[in-house]
Design a protein around this ligand. Structure first.
Ligand code: C5P
Length: 251
């Protein structure tokens, strides 16, 4: 499925549900209700603290929710985890691509079965994490002396063959992935930073601006700290959406 408009996903990396819901509440009206381009991402910290109820609460606020738990385990365990994530109401979920073809195929089948059992009109999107955007040292075991881009492309192609909807990748790899896997194969890009000499890249390494990520073909931009730790999160989210839109106008 190709997305006409790239979407912004806010990473709610908070210790408690109340902090996450407070920020989500502030961001609720940043995009018009009829054309929401804003998703919320529940990652490990928040999900471990709050469980699936946080997903349901965000859904009740009208957000689509990415449950970012990056499953990597034996196929049978991943099957159960995917089914539980779908049952929580996730609109998007993910596994690690380095878990291999069997694990990926089982995850796709589990997503399909759970979506059918729940009578969902649209199946939740299932993505694979390629190489984390905080990793760039070719000496890392996963890279085994190779450049991240080459490993990302290989993992993306394997994920497409296994039936996944797309991958998590750096913006720097999105254009190559689209060329190799097709425009419909989704690219979700974390590591987004606005050009501000005062703003830290934190632990991210392969970073990109919102404009450049959209130009490269990313369908979803994941932004955490530049919004959640901004003095004014609403303005920060609006600024990023405007930057995404400005770039799209030039394409
Ligand atoms: O705060 P920041 O914008 O760096 O947040 C990035 C978010 O994206 C975090 O929630 C992190 O877990 C997630 N992520 C990532 N790199 C990946 C996949 C997900 O940074 N490859």
């Amino acid at each position: 499925m190709a997305l006409r408009t790239p979407q912004l996903v806010v990473a709610l990396d908070f210790k408690t549900g109340s902090e996450a819901l407070d920020l989500a509440g502030q961001l609720r009206w940043v995009t018009p209700k009829k054309h929401p381009r804003l998703w919320m991402k529940v990652g490990l910290e928040l999900f471990v603290a709050e469980g699936p109820s946080i997903v349901r609460k965000l859904k009740r606020m009208g957000f689509r929710v990415f449950v970012d738990l990056k499953f990597l385990d034996i196929p049978n365990t991943v099957r159960g985890a995917v089914r539980s994530a779908v049952r929580s109401g996730a609109d998007m979920l993910n596994i690690h691509a380095c878990g291999g073809a069997d694990m990926a195929r089982v995850a796709v089948a589990a997503r399909d079965e759970a979506a059918t059992e729940m009578g969902l009109a649209a199946k939740p999107l299932l993505l694979a994490v390629t190489v984390l955007t905080s990793m760039m040292d070719p000496a890392l075991p996963l890279l085994n002396g190779r450049e991240p881009a080459a490993v990302v492309l290989e993992l993306a192609q394997a994920s497409r063959i296994a039936g996944l909807d797309g991958v998590v990748c750096s913006g720097q790899e999105a254009a190559g992935i689209k060329a190799a896997c097709g425009q419909d194969f989704l690219c979700l890009t974390p590591g987004i930073r606005v050009p501000d000499p005062q703003a830290p890249a934190d632990d991210q390494r392969r970073v990109m601006t919102p404009e450049a990520a959209v130009a490269a073909g990313s369908d979803f931009l994941v932004v955490g700290r530049p919004i959640t730790r901004a003095p004014d999160p609403i303005s920060a989210a609006r600024d990023i959406l405007q930057r995404m839109g400005r770039r799209m106008a030039k394409i």
